[in-house]
Design a protein around this ligand. Sequence first.
Ligand SMILES: Cc1ncc(C[n+]2csc(CCOP(=O)(O)OP(=O)(O)O)c2C)c(N)n1
Ligand code: SF4
Ligand SMILES: [Mg+2]
Length: 340
Amino acid sequence: MSTKVNRLGLEVQPYRGSKTTLCAGCGHNAISERIIDAFFEMGIDPAQVVKLSGIGCSSKSPAYFLGASHGFNAVHGRMPSVATGAVLANRRLIAIGVSGDGDTGAIGIGQFVHLMRRNLPILYVIEDNGCYGLTKGQFSPTADLGSILKSGVVNQLPPIDTCSLAISLGASFVARSFSGDKKQLLTILKAALSHRGTCMIDVLSPCVTFNDHDGSTKSYSYVKDHEEPLSDVSFVPFFEDISVEYDEGATQSVTMHDGSRLLLHKLERTYDPTDKLRALTTLQEFGRRGEFATGIIYVEPDHEHFVDLLNLVDEPLASLPLERVRPPRAALDEVMEALR
Ligand SMILES: Cc1ncc(C[n+]2csc(CCOP(=O)(O)OP(=O)(O)O)c2C)c(N)n1
Ligand code: SF4
Ligand SMILES: [Mg+2]
């Protein structure tokens, strides 16, 4: 029996990680599986990847995928600054950050805001269960108004919509998906891996232990009933022959930075993910109805990212020899002479 290999000739094994220690049925486990599939199918060298996270059940996930990649488990809510340092030190790394709704929306909100406005090249996944799973299920800032805890406590605060926030701050690829929707999540992850800039994906990911009951708006049954894809997304990577046939009137094609093609087959409504204002009003409209719009909500393939903005040299800073980092004596003498 022949084993499936990707375009690098690698089997799926190096894309896997340790055995999960999360609860059976936790949405986060399904997301790890899709991340493994996406990196394998895109043929990305695991040695070129850095995985980053903060603290929480979600932030434990990078241990369960890409076992052969670099990794850094940061302090609670502080992953964005560690990620920024890693990406700037080595611009050739492909960075994936995994966070939770608490890690991002509460203690880490300040860091998240600046990561989005810088449009750092990173795939930033929020595993969003509307609660602090690791510390026994308290409400997080993405818990919906009126959502009820198992203990009967009602949430009286409005939620932070991480997608609206990311779009208004400057992230250039923003999506929402559901851990239970294998096909959509895999397609979005693959498209995100072809983008250069911040890809913020909020994945609704039920916590089966503390937040999967009637009264929760992040339970499997609630999300299944209230999720509506904006379009049926398919994706053709740059290394595949782009000869797909599609009906011009019903499908919108977006060319990604690396030449990959995103195909959005319209459902009954027309949705243009390159229209920022429309993306924001769509999120508001859905939120008001207690529903979740899923799919690629906003994409801006040509938005300048942070590494280019800083005009860094092509060679990673981490491997630049000292002679190229430190000006020679003559250059210093010249500066001193000019100041006389
Ligand atoms: C500085 C600091 N404050 C508080 C905690 C306690 N703590 C650990 S995980 C967590 C919340 C995690 O929630 P989330 O990011 O949503 O992840 P989940 O477990 O739900 O996946 C908190 C408050 C901590 N570890 N460090
Ligand atoms: S407590 Fe909740 S979030 Fe944490 S592993 Fe269990 S199901 Fe997942
Ligand atoms: Mg959480």
